[in-house]
Design a protein around this ligand. Sequence first.
Ligand code: ZN
Ligand code: ZN
Length: 181
Amino acid sequence: MQIQLFKTKNIDKKLLEEVASCLHTIFAAEVEITDYYIELPTSIFDSKRMQYLADAVVYHVYRYKNLTSIAVILVEFDAYIKGLNFVFGLAIPHLKSAAVFLPRLVAIQSTLFLERVKKEVIHELGHILGLKHCSKLECVMSFSNSVTEVDRKSMKFCQKCAKILGRQGYRISQEYIIIEI
Ligand SMILES: [Zn+2]
Ligand SMILES: [Zn+2]
């Protein structure tokens, strides 16, 4: 699996490196951090809401990725989709592309912020690899509508989600699978 990490202008390179190393561990993926930043077109910014249209952002980053790789962009701006006030992230599986929007994940503690970002990136990757939302609250694939819910879930996949991925040939590192008794 090849993953390309993209960013908008003011995303810290260190953050990308932390996310990259985490993804490498979980999926044994080759992760490439692109050295340029992506400028989002103003045409996909809703100036009344002061938010980007999340699906349009994902379509935009799709154009930068290599044919065979998965693209994930970390975005310093807030975004929404039709029917929701905001989203933490969005994946469009058939484009093999996803975006994670950082403003609402910010925490005073930088370790907490990093943890939240990783969770959301792993979650969106799970969607790209074919997973739906999971009813297990601690599973990284559970749906989060607030940071409290992001903080409640773990960075790991439950056994069921890990099995679905395994059947498709994606092996998850043991340390990222929840131990169930
Ligand atoms: Zn989701
Ligand atoms: Zn699960």
